[in-house]
Ligand binder design. Structure first.
Ligand code: NAD
Ligand code: DAU
Length: 338
């Protein structure tokens, strides 16, 4: 089979490329625009595999996408490509609409024009909005209403609705997955866990938004990849699958865990102005994917976070290059005088 993986030079897409190359004999074609978040160094090992091919391109560029579909004739498309950072979406919403909504619609049009066995949309639990902190009994299920908070989550929800519309109207054989927060190797330094690891290593302040009481449901990235792999091969067309491993932690707990692993002082923690519209708690109910596809997460948070910290210690060159470039301006804009 031929699988187009969009956004494969990013965090989860990159991990998915390696998961597929390791576990199957399919041809993988990565389509990625290489935005600030895309990194060819993430794919350096994959480039040595004859079953892997990298194509630079924008999912919102209709001509380029059609050309690729005509050439490759993919059996499956897995769409990871997106603008993915909530804080950036608050600063610059329009970019998120172009890639996350228009880009998805162009891919769907290509599937309609050239045919496809499966289109899989990698969505997020953020489309469900948030849960209150004082109701630990509540979880997101696949039937929870869409109720978005940020331009990022609104754009992802719009994309989900388009996928469902194309499935119903044009019979595009599509599936959608909505996963909780991922962590692991190749996570871009702007996100909570890598940002805190890297700052702690430099003895820099760790900027915790608000009081640090917001809760995220953390999943090791390989478990997410395994779930998507099951869905594209055995999932039912037209269905949505929630993915999460019941690993809820407050942000402060996560940050303190990282400091403990690194043997650094909690005095590095600095509480800063909260994110606008900050979602309180995300928590996934993964019963459906577990019952229907037999998926269960393999990595517990306590182990996964140690593996992740070790990866950042062992792969300094990967992130040092990122934080010495344009990222410096981003960091100054977002955190200086916050
Ligand atoms: P990321 O920001 O690390 O990577 C995104 C990738 O998409 C980059 O390689 C970038 O170059 C590429 N890209 C961006 N715009 C593009 C365009 N117009 N055309 C082609 N490529 C483009 O993101 P991530 O954290 O790996 O997230 C991947 C997907 O998973 C996203 O759709 C995101 O919404 C979803 N998701 C992420 C998480 C998480 O915790 N990170 C959780 C659930 C769902
Ligand atoms: O839930 C899935 C989502 O998880 C994905 O759809 C998004 O693409 C992904 O970025 C992630 O969104 P979050 O906003 O939850 O992740 P982020 O790492 O930006 O923040 C995690 C929590 O940490 C959040 O409550 C905000 C807080 N935070 C974040 C940063 C960057 C801080 O307190 N300080 C920070 O500097």
């Amino acid at each position: 089979m031929k699988i187009i993986v969009t956004g494969g030079a990013g965090f989860i897409g990159g991990n998915f490329v390696y998961y597929e190359l390791k576990n199957h004999a399919d041809e993988i074609i990565c389509l990625d625009k290489l935005t600030y978040a895309g990194n060819l160094e993430t794919l350096a090992e994959a480039q040595k595999n004859s079953k892997f091919k990298f194509v630079r391109g924008d999912i919102a560029d209709r001509e380029a996408v059609y050309k690729l579909f005509e050439e490759v004739k993919p059996d499956i498309v897995v769409n990871f490509a997106a603008e993915s950072h909530v804080d950036r979406s608050i600063e610059e919403p329009e970019l998120f609409l172009r890639t996350n909504i228009i880009g998805t619609s162009v891919l769907l049009d290509a599937c309609k024009k050239f045919g496809i066995k499966r289109f899989h949309q990698v969505s997020t639990d953020e489309v469900y909005g948030d849960l209150p902190l004082d109701r630990p009994d509540l979880f997101f299920t696949e039937t929870t209403n869409l109720h978005t908070s940020s331009p990022y989550s609104a754009s992802k929800a719009a994309a989900d609705l388009l996928v469902q519309a194309y499935q119903r109207t044009y019979q595009i054989p599509a599936t959608i997955s909505r996963c909780s927060n991922n962590y692991g190797p190749y996570h871009f330094p702007e996100k909570l866990i890598p940002l805190m690891i890297i700052n702690a290593l430099h003895e820099k302040k760790l900027p915790v938004y608000g009081k640090g009481i917001n809760v995220r449901d953390w999943l090791y990235v390989e478990d997410h990849c395994a779930a998507i792999d099951l869905i594209i091969r055995r999932g039912t067309v037209g269905e949505v699958y929630n993915i999460g491993g019941h690993n809820e932690r407050t942000n402060l707990e996560v940050v303190k865990t990282i400091l403990k692993i690194l043997g650094k002082s909690e005095d590095l923690i600095e509480f800063v102005t909260d994110r606008k519209g900050h979602d309180q708690r995300y928590a996934i109910d993964p019963t459906k994917i577990s019952n229907e596809l037999g998926w269960t997460p393999q990595t517990k948070f306590d182990n996964g976070i140690k593996k992740t910290v070790a990866w950042y210690l062992d792969n300094r060159a990967w992130w040092e290059k990122i934080i010495s470039g344009e990222y410096k301006n981003y960091y100054a804009k977002m955190y200086d005088n916050r």
